[in-house]
Ligand binder design. Sequence first.
Ligand SMILES: [Fe+2]
Length: 272
Amino acid sequence: MLTKFQNLISEIENTGFSEVCCSEKNAKSIKSLQALTSNIFKLRPNILKKMLSAEMYAGYRKMGIEYSQNPNDPDLMESISLPCNILKNKPIGEISEFEIAFRDVGNKMFEIAEQLVSVISEKYSDDHTTTFCCPESSFFQISYYKPYLHSRETLQELHQDGNLLTFVMGNGPGLEIRDDAGGFHPINFESDSMFVMPGEILSLLTGNQVKTLFHKVKNHQKLKERIAIMCFINPSTEKTIKPWVNNTYNQHIDIRERIQFHSTKFGLKPIA
Ligand SMILES: [Fe+2]
């Protein structure tokens, strides 16, 4: 198992990304969550908002500026975000079928993330007191797109994720990653695997030895819907976070502050 995760880390270092396989059972849970997501986004935003309480940086968000730099070109998606610890703490009788499915898939993603992060932090860091894959500062997100409604070339503009690692599963084409020469490559999702992308925080921790992966979502107008299920992993923000590798790339940057306030760019509350 350790070798599997060591290989994934080498892939991320060498190619800028990696892919991790889920079991057949997990692939079924993912399919079922996608079907429930499709139904839930047919509800009106005000009903959705009531269903999903906006605690901390959780809740439903309608289309808006997320990574887009131009208010006239918002990201063309709706989304639901939940901190990774929230569904664990909710009494079982109080959660909907959608939340149960979200929790089951999310917890599996988080379990895999924990193993991968423990291998990468072991390799680069001698800090054994910080939780680098922390449920309180990491969150799940489901993004929902209706490509056929839009004529724009991209549904989400080019950006880097502002976290340590992102795990993503999609039900169709759209995600494209940028290479060092500026070329773009489409990612084809398999039903039983997750795509793993390094974010800004991993590049800061490693002094850019592991580079952040820039990506965008291209519009495939023939698609009726596009669903992306993601897990954004972050370290604990309880105390100051020291870089794993010190150099000019991360000099004078407060990594903890960067994590805490990244979510405010999207109109969400800071991570505590
Ligand atoms: Fe992203």
